[in-house]
Design a protein around this ligand. Structure first.
Ligand code: FAQ
Length: 332
């Protein structure tokens, strides 16, 4: 499985024999499941890969607030509004834990945000789809947070201490997010009107395939998996997690009475898991290249929010400077 997993980079992963002494000692610590901490020596590639993955993950949490925030003002009840507000606020917190973890690797938050705003850094493809009806809020919780949890639970065991610890806190909150989404859909599908159930089905039809794309390209096309798995920055391959997600989600859809929009979805007795249809990879690559339905809007909203907050950041800096000056004067 491992050997055939990544055609493009598999041959670039060094064996222990090919490493110098320092690299070998580092790899042996990873193999023994000893966490790497920010001040420990690490190969430059390990540092860069972590910065790339953690910052993209942080950007996803922050940009991921936007599609759901669209429905805060139109939530159907006060209770649903309060729940959605809490969830969207949690996403900001997740972004902050992750930016902090990445900062320990020698990149500043301003640099990471510059990379996001200039389009140099990616964020998850899923947040470039529009939220067209209230059921989308439920579907995002159920499918999007569900896919995120499937990916993030193993990342709690990631080799880099600060990332692993951030994931432990994040996963606790994500499970609440997923349950609130499923609960909203239970209300619509099992206790709601035929119109509400139709709304949920429409939402399912639009989000199913993009949710599967969240796990990244197929193993055969994943550029980074082989090295990232050798370093335990990733614990499972993209296809392994995608399969687990499908297997977990099909019975949940059945309980809701929703049809998964995939005519090839079928239980495979021999494999003990579901077979499913081919993902439209051309759509995935269009979205990650910036050409999805909402890429431009998401970025302009983020940049505007950043610019609008300039006066507040200036105020904080001025206050910190004044406090430091007062402290210095008192000590003199
Ligand atoms: N979207 O070689 P691989 C959330 C890029 S959860 C965009 O397989 P890798 C919670 C990839 O960066 C969502 N780009 O790459 C929430 C690379 O491009 P690069 C975030 C993608 O890194 C819920 C290229 O394709 N979760 O936000 C995607 O080994 C609700 C080649 O791919 C994480 O970030 C994609 N879907 O594996 C918030 C989890 N997939 O960088 C609000 C941590 C791949 O060379 C509301 N990240 N690419 O330019 C990971 O586990 C990995 O980075 C993967 C990709 C699995 C995403």
């Amino acid at each position: 499985m491992y050997a055939q997993m990544v055609k493009t980079e598999a041959d670039k992963v060094k064996s222990l024999d090919e490493m110098d002494e320092q690299e070998r000692a580092f790899q042996e610590r990873i193999d023994a499941d000893i966490k790497i901490e920010p001040k420990d020596w690490m190969p430059e590639g390990y540092r860069k890969t972590l910065i790339r993955q953690i910052s993209q993950h942080a950007h996803s949490e922050i940009v991921g607030q936007l599609p759901e925030a669209n429905w805060i003002t139109r939530a159907p009840t006060l209770e649903r509004k309060a729940i959605l507000l809490a969830k969207v606020q949690d996403e900001a917190g997740h972004g902050l834990y992750l930016y902090c973890a990445a900062e320990t690797l020698g990149i500043s938050r301003d640099q990471m945000l510059e990379q996001l705003h200039s389009g140099k850094a990616k964020y998850s493809s899923i947040f470039n789809y529009p939220t067209l009806n209230w059921a989308d809020v439920g579907t995002i919780g159920w499918l999007v947070d569900g896919a995120a949890i499937m990916n993030q639970v193993p990342l709690q065991r990631c080799s880099f201490g600060p990332y692993s610890r951030a994931m432990i806190r994040i996963c606790k909150e994500e499970s609440f997010h997923q349950r609130q989404g499923y609960d909203a859909l239970i209300k619509m599908c099992l206790e709601g009107t035929p119109e509400q159930k139709a709304m949920a089905q429409d939402s399912m039809n639009r989000w199913w395939w993009p949710a599967l794309m969240m796990f990244g390209p197929s193993d055969a096309d994943s550029v980074h998996s082989a090295q990232s798995m050798a370093w335990k920055i990733k614990i499972n391959s993209n296809d392994e997690l995608r399969q687990k997600f499908v297997d977990q989600t099909v019975p949940q859809a059945e309980y809701l009475g929703l049809t998964i929009p995939d005519p090839d979805l079928k239980w495979n007795e021999e494999k003990g898991s579901y077979d499913f249809g081919e993902i439209d990879w051309s759509e995935f690559y269009q979205v990650i290249r910036g050409n999805g339905a909402c890429n431009k809007q998401r970025m302009s909203d983020r940049v505007r929010a950043w610019d609008d907050g300039q006066w507040y950041r200036d105020g904080l800096m001025a206050h910190a400077k004044k406090q430091a000056e007062r402290k210095a004067a008192a000590a003199a």
